[in-house]
Design a protein around this ligand. Structure first.
Ligand SMILES: Cc1ncc(COP(=O)(O)O)c(C=O)c1O
Length: 370
């Protein structure tokens, strides 16, 4: 259709993973574990629900653009209000970054198979999208630095990275940063920051308050609030000032802002979520390696496994589904031979590893028989 620009025509709409309800009814199962979207299996924190519920009485009023949560975040992270932005999830802010800073001739640069949300946002702007291959499933920061050209405007780095779960270290980032001109904006996407922050080699970007770095974080992961859409960012006040011109004036919504503030205050919930995740990661990595899969060591709340082929991924996905375990095949990320499995509750992790075992025992049986 001539009305649609070619760079939109070639995009594919986001495909949400299967819901627990649809899998339960399709296969007549009593238990289903959704381990496909890196959500918090503990649910939202009680304090977040309380705060959100309290906010409902004022739904007749327009929201205040995230002012209160920006103030709370500024205090929490010892910044000025002018350095903080809040939005409808970190993807909401990412979308504003794309609209604010990219001109038609600008290019974006990132790794191959980067977080799908960023891929879609950048491609939908119609600018040139360039990538550098992974090196052993990590960002190849040296190659990225070399790939910067006069048109490069945004470099997108997720740390930890989705879907690989790997991180780049302080040392690697310091080296990389030396090669990045000031005219290039670095998006440091730290959606999984809380899971990695205690690793002494992890570069907490709050310690890198460079003028051309914007940090994005979210309440969707460890804070268990993916459903309300609340995320935040930190940057130089000039960057934030311009982002605030472009962002929709009434995002985030009032309940989202309230939930975020409630969640931020619930340190015990975050602590419990971290412990559960650490246990779950160990269990999943060992369990999946035990059935013979190549599993990439992860610093987030999910693990990626590399399979021999896309065919094998599809077979496994269907078999796991039939056993009530929803995982994420990574064809949309352009890694069709890989799957990603999020950590769940202890019970869900057990169900998951058992399902993998059964599926692999069955496939060995089949190939022997065949
Ligand atoms: C690396 C990365 N960034 C951003 C997001 C999106 O976060 P939000 O829900 O805050 O938009 C995700 C979600 O999966 C992610 O994996």
């Amino acid at each position: 259709m001539p009305l649609v620009p070619p760079y939109i025509e070639t995009l594919r709409p986001y495909e949400a993973g299967r819901s627990v309800e649809s899998v339960r009814s399709q296969y007549g199962l009593s238990r289903v574990a959704k381990l496909a979207s890196n959500e918090n299996p503990l649910g939202p924190s009680a304090k977040a629900i309380e705060a959100l519920t309290r906010s409902l009485a004022s739904l007749n009023f327009y929201p205040n653009g995230g002012l209160e949560i920006r103030e709370v975040l500024a205090t929490e992270f010892e910044l000025k209000l002018e350095n903080v932005i809040a939005g409808s999830g970190s993807e909401g802010i990412m979308s504003n970054i794309i609209r604010t800073f990219l001109g038609d001739q600008d290019e974006v640069l990132t790794t191959e198979a980067a977080f799908i949300g960023f891929q879609v946002l950048a491609r939908s702007r119609g600018v040139k999208y360039r990538t550098v291959p992974y090196r052993d499933w990590h960002y190849d920061l040296a190659a990225l630095a070399q790939a910067i050209n006069p048109n490069t405007k945004i470099i997108y780095l997720a740390n930890p990275n989705n879907p690989t779960g790997t991180i780049f270290t302080k040392h690697q980032f310091d080296e990389f940063y030396k090669h990045v001109p000031e005219r290039v904006l670095i998006i440091l996407d730290e959606a999984y920051f809380e899971y990695a922050k205690d690793n002494p080699r992890y570069p907490d970007s709050m310690h890198y308050r460079y003028d051309n770095v914007i940090t994005l974080r979210t309440f969707s992961k460890i804070y268990g609030l993916a459903g309300v859409r609340i995320g935040y960012g930190f940057a130089h006040e000039e960057l934030i000032r311009n982002l605030l011109k472009v962002k929709l004036p009434f995002e985030p919504s009032t309940p989202a802002q309230a939930a975020g503030m409630g969640a931020l205050a619930d340190k015990e919930f975050v602590h419990r979520s971290l412990e559960l995740n650490a246990r779950g990661l160990r269990y999943l990595v060992e369990g999946l390696a035990d059935v013979g899969l190549t599993v990439i060591p992860s610093e987030a709340n999910f693990v990626m496994a590399v399979l021999p082929s896309e065919l094998e991924v599809n077979r496994l996905f269907e078999e796991l589904l039939a056993q009530g375990v929803i995982v994420r095949p990574l064809n949309a990320f352009a890694l069709p031979h890989c799957i990603r499995v999020s950590t769940g509750t202890d019970e869900e992790n057990r169900l998951c590893v058992e399902a993998f075992r059964r599926s692999y025992a069955a496939s060995l049986g089949t190939s022997r028989a065949g």
